[in-house]
Write a protein that binds this ligand. Structure first.
Ligand code: HMG
Ligand code: MG
Length: 316
């Protein structure tokens, strides 16, 4: 079938009426900041995101502080946090040591993170893909026993900083293993932010042959400005869980050249504009983005927030 045929067929498919936003700014965003963001700012950021109506927030990670010093005090973040009643606070964990800390911190959810390429796996977590999956097995069993939901990530879904092109099949293979392990949600990640819409769809479609639609999430960095287009393409085939980051913060220190995640403000603006329900209070969200950008002394990466900020200044 040619592209035109594809287009018509896709148009018949329904967009989801409701989308779950997974806010990763407090983890993916702050892990990539040069300066270590103080505890009270991390806590305020997370609390305000909850107050703005975000129901899934990745609050930090329990990884080696030698590898990611920015996340060193995640334990204290969890301890200080005033938790909202309906908010899930999750933590990234690479191994049992991380899981035990997450359990002690009373994280509501843990996320394991694998890669679609061997080189990225080595650089990011110092082991092969197979070794990482072996390390995750006890984490998965322990999470099941403790009744803690388990999420999985697959990095480099649409390109690798070390190996270039990545096949959709490689992503689907890892996704199937993560699902077998017990992940209730698997976040297909464009770590480099290089992907384009049909490639994003191809990655999801290959994964759909192995994993059900309700378990698929997308996590797109926005380096090449393609993230919203890629999200739209995935919504069109029914994906309804989107990772994003307040003010477009983010990046992985082992993916040089990649910029932050798609900005939560921009995603919410698009979804609400399409009549897709998110449960997020847009004005409160804009204020959270402004808060963290002011703290970091940097203009926001959110286009929508930039416009609202300019309008606010103009009306003064
Ligand atoms: P290693 O050096 O191979 O591990 O690192 P090790 O087991 O030999 O341990 C080395 C030291 O780290 C030991 O301490 C361990 O105790 C300690 P020492 O004896 O030297 O004092 N250690 C830990 N400390 C705290 N918490 C732990 C932990 N584990 C070991 N959980 C390891 C292997 C996986 C630990 C390391 O490579 C690591 O921490 N990597 C994390 C890298 C990372 O966080 N990257 C960013 C997040 S992933 C991402 O951003 C991508 C994503 O957003 C999706 C996308 O966009 O692609 C999710
Ligand atoms: Mg990421």
């Amino acid at each position: 079938m040619g592209i035109a045929g594809n287009f018509i067929e896709r148009n018949l498919m329904a967009f989801p009426g409701k989308v779950k936003i997974v806010e990763v700014g407090p983890r993916d965003g702050l892990q990539n900041e040069k300066r270590i963001v103080p505890l009270e700012v991390r806590v305020e950021l997370i609390e305000r995101l909850g107050e703005a109506g975000i129901r899934a927030i990745e609050a930090g990670s329990f990884v080696s502080p030698k590898w990611i010093p920015q996340m060193a005090n995640t334990k204290d973040v969890f301890a200080r946090l005033l938790r909202g009643p309906d908010v899930q606070y999750s933590a990234l964990v690479p191994n049992m040591k991380g899981f035990e800390q997450a359990l002690a911190a009373k994280a509501d959810e843990v996320a394991i993170f694998a890669a679609a390429t061997e080189s990225f796996s080595q650089k990011n977590i110092n082991c092969s893909i197979a070794e990482s999956l072996n390390r995750f097995k006890p984490v998965a069993s322990a999470a099941m026993s403790a009744d803690i939901p388990l999420r999985g990530y697959i990095s480099c879904g649409l390109g690798c900083p070390y190996e270039g092109e990545v096949s959709a099949k490689a992503v689907a293979n890892v996704a199937a293993i993560l699902e077998d392990m017990g992940c209730y949600e698997i976040s297909l990640s464009d770590t480099m932010g290089k992907g384009t819409p049909f490639k994003a769809q191809a990655m999801v479609e290959a994964t759909l042959e192995r994993v059900s639609l309700s378990k698929i999430a997308i996590h797109f960095h926005d380096t090449y400005g393609q993230a919203l287009a890629n999200i739209l393409a995935c919504l069109e085939i029914g994906v309804s869980v989107i990772d994003s980051s307040i003010a477009g913060l983010g990046g992985c220190p082992y993916a040089k050249g990649a910029s932050g995640n798609v900005a939560t403000e921009d995603v919410i603006y698009m979804l609400e504009g399409m009549g897709i329900e998110t449960g997020v209070d847009f004005n409160k969200l804009l204020a959270v983005g402004q808060f963290i950008s002011e703290y970091l002394e940097r203009p926001t990466a959110s286009k929508v927030s930039t416009v609202f900020g300019q309008n606010r200044q103009a009306s003064r």
